[in-house]
Design a protein around this ligand. Structure first.
Ligand code: PAF
Length: 299
């Protein structure tokens, strides 16, 4: 079975990217932490639409995990990942940690207001760690395009912003969430869920779908949409970090919408409904952009 070439040193991987550019192929990068699923594959296929050489990085990045998070038990499945990628990717960059964080490394990419809400307060160093490693990956790869999933909506917004603010010559592309037939958003962390926890986890897409239905019927009030999304979640999960409705661009509270199904607004603003919660020991996130995304769970 075809598999991508695996490179583990910066020099080898940078050379492969340079050689491709020299032969006229642009480079597309899909940064991942491995434990690849169909959602990741959809990112790889998206990258193929934009680039001649498709590179996937697989690196469980220590700096984006908090001290009590799941860094140690995060699934590491390189062999299965390579089989799953098959010929969809051309090259995999799978560096050991000291390649990305050599001894003495101390520089971090500081993130601004986009990290202030949603997951920010619950995972204090997380986005700094993500932005630092992605900046390093961009530096080694020199991609013209990089593809990220919209399940990590805040991460995507922040990465778009750092690419813009740090003048990086890369287009950051967001790709829609991939869901199972019953609505569960694909995530590497779903592997932690017992069958009973998995069925409780369906509350996230159910809650988002209730907000989606209300929005489709004209509801625009963030507090009412958030309450609808929270309904199924609060009975099913062990702890809620947040159920928030925010502006999908600023990630701040949306400007006041006075409309309701009885007094609909003439324009339909997009609203991001985002959930983070814990089912057993697993932290799950999910979201929907009302006015843009399809209904998360089947009716
Ligand atoms: O989304 C992820 O898997 C990670 O946060 C990323 C972007 C690969 C950085 O480690």
């Amino acid at each position: 079975m075809a598999r991508p070439t695996v490179l583990t040193t910066r020099a080898d991987f940078a050379r492969a990217c340079d050689d491709s550019r020299r032969s006229g192929l642009t480079v597309g990068l899909v940064p991942t932490m491995g434990a690849l699923h169909e959602g990741h594959l959809s990112l790889v296929h998206e990258a193929r639409k934009h680039a001649g050489l498709v590179a996937v990085s697989i690196f469980v990045n220590p700096t984006q995990f908090g001290p009590n998070e799941d860094f140690d038990r995060y699934p590491r499945t390189l062999d299965a990942d390579l089989d799953r990628l098959g010929s969809a990717a051309d090259v995999v960059f799978a560096p050991p940690a000291p390649v990305m964080y050599p001894p003495g490394d101390e520089t971090r990419v500081h993130v601004g207001a986009l990290a202030a809400g949603l997951c920010g307060p619950f995972r204090p160093q997380h986005f700094e760690g993500v932005c630092t490693v992605v900046t390093k990956l961009f530096a080694v790869t020199g991609p013209s395009v990089a593809v990220f999933g919209r399940k990590d909506f805040q991460q995507l917004a922040i990465l778009r912003r750092i690419a813009q603010d740090l003048l990086m010559p890369v287009t950051v592309v967001g790709h829609p969430i991939v869901r199972e037939g019953d609505g569960l958003a694909l995530s590497s962390r779903n592997a932690y869920l017992s069958p009973a926890e998995r069925s409780r986890a369906l509350a996230l897409s159910k809650g988002l779908s209730l907000a989606w239905d209300a929005y489709a019927q004209g509801e625009r009030a963030p507090a009412r949409l958030a309450a609808l999304a929270r309904g199924p979640v609060q009975g099913a999960v062990d702890r809620i970090d947040y159920v928030d409705v925010v502006d999908p661009v600023t990630l701040q509270a949306p400007s006041l919408q006075v409309s309701s199904p009885q007094v609909p607004s003439l324009h339909a603003p997009q609203l991001l409904v985002a959930i983070a919660c814990h089912v057993g020991k697993t932290r799950l996130i999910d979201n929907v952009v009302l006015g843009e995304d399809p209904r998360p769970a089947p009716v």
